[in-house]
Design a protein around this ligand. Structure first.
Ligand code: XUL
Length: 555
């Protein structure tokens, strides 16, 4: 080869190499970070401007921070009702996660905005003077060293806590009953809701309470770390406290007064979920190389963040089919009830979301599969295919364990004349279980203000969402097309989407316009033409029979 061809070749290799570097590193292309402080782990995902996931990582609390001796990320106390997590464990997890990301070569300077989510309802009590510490974090030291004296309560109450029954009763009595409380705050009093936890702590640990200068939710606590100052509680996660008036989107005076004196000072004013709270603190700029202009967008609860991750829109309903089944709804006109929760929407200032939890989900489906289909999902599916819509009028309620929605227990089977029966053929039983579960999801969703309109989509997620025949029944009962969506890290992904949206929200760009490049859900089932007639009628009978079951269970 001549010298000139060697020169030409090496020049082209050079040009190719430079192009490759530019393409691979894309040094200026922006990234958006989403974090999720959930019960058992801290997760992170980074997306690029095209909404592709470019990085993900996590820290498992039990195994990677074993010095805190948690099980499933929590400590269950001797009374079995009190459940807490060490606040320093969450902080140490963040130190660990950021170091892992640094080692993996993530270029923090590309991150334009970050947001996050936290398990809902949990509370963090900052000690007097903590704000000053947060404000001047020394980048040469880890966060958990710097903040070790910053909390008046080390063991934060979390959503699994159910030790505040007395405070729930007191709050409901103070505002004029459970329904009145639900009308104001979107939920009747629940033990895990933050206001009742604050009320309990004020009485049981008066000195620690006196020593507190700020109370955060897990979400706003995590945002405070990034901000180097106290972050506001956002409207959506704030709705899980039994303290926020979900219509005025401000703290409810009557609820505050019934909970603790001067509580508004300890909570700070709530803010819209899409608010930019400020730039990241200089600690992150110097220690990890974040850009000084990287913005912190308000953090929110894990369920609201999941709604964002699913990009649930007006008219949609998301049904997650897991150990317990959950239903999320986009609600325009809320009708708070004694069951379920209404939260302000995390992505739209005019809207609301409803959350319903059903305890008897997958485990009951597996029990009936084992008993009626010899453990085979194929045979279970075949039974659904072989039986008619409406199951010849047979209706079943399967509450193997005490159900949350509605609060009833036991198995109750009714024939087409509403007579109670003791058993059915295996095929009838399989359809009765699946129809009964979905009729219940629809009935309770409608009671919270949901209605099936043209264009309604059902987004199905979770383990059972891979079974087409189950999804066909879901589609028929809701008389709407069913789409599936992978939700393995929906809260984290939703947080990254929210970070991106936060940057443009003030200029009027809607969440859905900001995330329109995200992957589309897949259509998997469309309703049978006869479904509407069959299930609209069946739902009325189902509601009456459920009342009968409730009376039977309660008496
Ligand atoms: C919702 C709730 C849980 C937690 C779990 O009300 O208590 O889903 O948010 O992280």
């Amino acid at each position: 080869m001549s010298d000139s061809s060697v020169l030409r070749l090496s020049r082209s290799v050079c040009v190719f190499y430079v192009c490759f570097l530019v393409m691979a590193a894309a040094p200026d292309s922006p990234l958006y970070l989403g974090l999720d402080f959930s019960t058992q782990q801290l997760k992170v995902v980074a997306i690029d401007g095209n909404l592709n996931v470019v990085h993900q990582d996590n820290v498992q609390f039990d195994s990677e921070l074993s010095e805190f001796r948690t099980q499933g990320g929590v400590h269950i106390h001797a009374d079995r009702l009190t459940v807490t997590s060490p606040v320093l464990m969450w902080i140490k997890a963040l130190d660990l996660l950021l170091n892992k990301m640094k080692r993996a070569g993530l270029d923090f300077s590309r991150i334009r905005a970050l947001s996050g989510s936290g398990q809902q309802h949990g509370s963090v009590f900052w000690r007097k003077g903590a704000s000053q510490t947060l404000n001047q974090l020394d980048p040469d030291r880890s966060l958990h060293h710097l903040l070790q004296d910053s909390f008046s309560v080390w063991d934060s109450p979390v959503w699994m806590d159910s030790s505040s029954s007395q405070q729930c009763q007191d709050l409901q009595a103070a505002v004029g009953g459970a329904l009145r409380l639900a009308e104001i705050t979107g939920s009747r009093a629940y033990e895990r809701f933050t206001g009742n936890q604050i009320s309990k702590l004020r009485r049981s640990r008066a000195e620690d309470f006196q020593d507190t200068e700020r109370i955060s939710l897990v979400s706003s606590f995590a945002a405070s770390l990034f901000l180097g100052g106290y972050a506001a509680i956002d409207y959506s996660d704030g709705s899980g406290m039994n303290l926020l008036d979900i219509r005025t989107r401000n703290w409810s005076r009557i609820c505050l007064e019934a909970t603790a004196p001067h509580l508004d000072r300890l909570l700070g004013p709530p803010l819209p979920s899409m608010s930019v709270l400020g730039p990241v603190s200089s600690y992150f700029v110097h220690r990890y190389g974040f850009s000084e202009s990287c913005k912190v967008v308000a953090f929110t609860g894990d369920n609201p963040a999941s709604l964002a991750g699913m990009r649930l829109q007006q008219g949609d309903v998301a049904v997650s089919l897991g150990t317990s089944d959950t239903v999320f709804l986009w609600i325009q006109e809320p009708r708070p009830a004694l069951e379920g929760h209404i939260f302000c929407s995390p992505v739209d200032l005019q809207a609301f979301m409803a959350l319903l939890c059903f305890k008897n989900g997958s485990l009951t489906r597996e029990r009936i599969r084992n008993e009626c289909a010899a453990g085979s999902w194929e045979d279970f599916s075949a039974a659904l295919k072989d039986t008619p819509l409406g199951n010849g009028g047979n209706i079943g309620f399967y509450f193997d364990t005490m159900e949350i929605t509605p609060s009833a227990v036991g198995v109750h089977l009714f024939d087409s004349d509403d007579h109670e029966v003791s058993s059915w053929s295996p095929h009838v039983e399989i359809r009765a279980l699946v129809e009964g579960q979905f009729l219940s999801r629809r009935l309770h969703a409608e009671r919270l203000g949901y209605s099936i309109l043209p264009g309604t989509r059902v987004l199905a997620t979770g383990g059972a969402s891979s079974n087409r025949e189950i999804l066909q029944v879901l589609s028929d009962v809701f008389n709407a097309p069913v789409y599936t969506i992978d939700l393995s890290s929906s809260a984290c992904l939703g947080s990254a989407y929210r970070a991106l949206h936060g940057l443009v929200a003030e200029s009027g760009v809607s969440f859905f316009d900001a995330v329109k490049k995200a992957p589309k859900p897949q259509l998997v089932a469309s309703p049978n033409p006869t479904a509407k007639q069959v299930y609209d009628e069946m739902l009325k009978r189902f509601a009456q029979l459920e009342d009968r079951v409730l009376h039977k269970t309660c008496s």
